[in-house]
Design a protein. Structure first.
Length: 73
């Protein structure tokens, strides 16, 4: 399970599973803890996502694999 949070630490999206789909990948989850969601990630949208990556962002993503979130307070 993977979660996305708002800057205020509210839960925005919870991804429960990802599976193959005829048009790409089917993502199952919940939005804001309540509304069930199914979304399809199509190949052209995946490629569009890679265009958002910069070298500093790639290094940040790699660093995130080895760090924990800072405590909010």
């Amino acid at each position: 399970m993977m979660k996305f949070f708002t800057p205020e630490q509210g839960e925005l999206i919870e991804i429960k599973s990802v599976e193959p789909h005829d048009n790409g990948l089917m993502i199952h989850g919940r939005i804001m803890g309540a509304m069930p969601m199914k979304a399809v990630l199509r190949p052209e949208q995946l490629r569009a996502g890679f265009k958002l990556l910069t070298v500093p962002l790639v290094f940040r993503l790699i660093a995130m694999l080895f760090t924990r979130s800072k405590a909010q307070g």
